[in-house]
Design a protein around this ligand. Structure first.
Ligand SMILES: Nc1c(C(=O)O)ncn1[C@@H]1O[C@H](COP(=O)(O)O)[C@@H](O)[C@H]1O
Length: 164
């Protein structure tokens, strides 16, 4: 059993979101950032969602990555109940391909922010990278890992250069 306390919560409205949201947990794993991942739906489990949001800051959670599809109210409702920064990931939906998820998450009223990322796996990975960047502001080891990650990414992109 892992005894390290999680600092990032990765939440999703349904287990059907996992294929997308695992891109966030994969990134956190690469950076050795302790996280917890669970299904909590604002619609289907409203009391559990409130309990989670109420306790998050006191438990040491410093970022919440919340993914949901369709009428994606989960990130906004979490943001309404906690001061922990919430990063929203619009999960692609069956009929509207995630445009509904994006608009549901991004158009928050003034005063209750949700930092909203791209639809799909890039959004999930980038939400994790953004949480990591915030944590790295007070963690020199994490900051160096982030710099190394950028160098690797640069080298990977450079290697794509087509031979003439
Ligand atoms: N948007 C929400 C919320 C919520 O915002 O509370 N709870 C579940 N869902 C979404 O419903 C979609 C279909 O869920 P099912 O596949 O379980 O029917 C998922 O993308 C989930 O995030």
């Amino acid at each position: 059993m892992n005894s390290v306390k999680p600092v990032v919560g990765v939440l999703m409205g349904s287990s059907s979101d996992w294929d997308i949201m695992k891109h966030a947990t994969d990134m956190l794993t690469v950076f050795d950032v302790p996280f917890e991942a669970q299904v909590i739906s604002a619609h289907r489990m409203p009391d559990d969602m409130f309990t989670y949001a109420d306790a998050a800051h006191g438990r040491g959670i410093r970022a919440i990555i919340a993914g949901a599809g369709g009428a994606a109210h989960l990130p906004g409702m979490l943001a309404a109940k906690t001061i922990v920064p919430v990063f929203g990931v619009p999960v692609p939906s069956k009929y509207l391909k995630g445009e509904d998820s994006l608009y549901s998450i991004v158009q928050m009223p003034k005063g209750v922010p949700v930092a909203t990322f791209a639809i799909g796996e890039a959004g999930a990975a980038n939400a994790a990278l953004h949480a990591i960047a915030n944590l790295a502001m007070n963690d020199a080891v994490l900051a160096q890992k982030l710099k190394d990650f950028r160098v690797k990414q640069y080298e990977h992109a450079l290697a794509m250069t087509l031979q003439s």
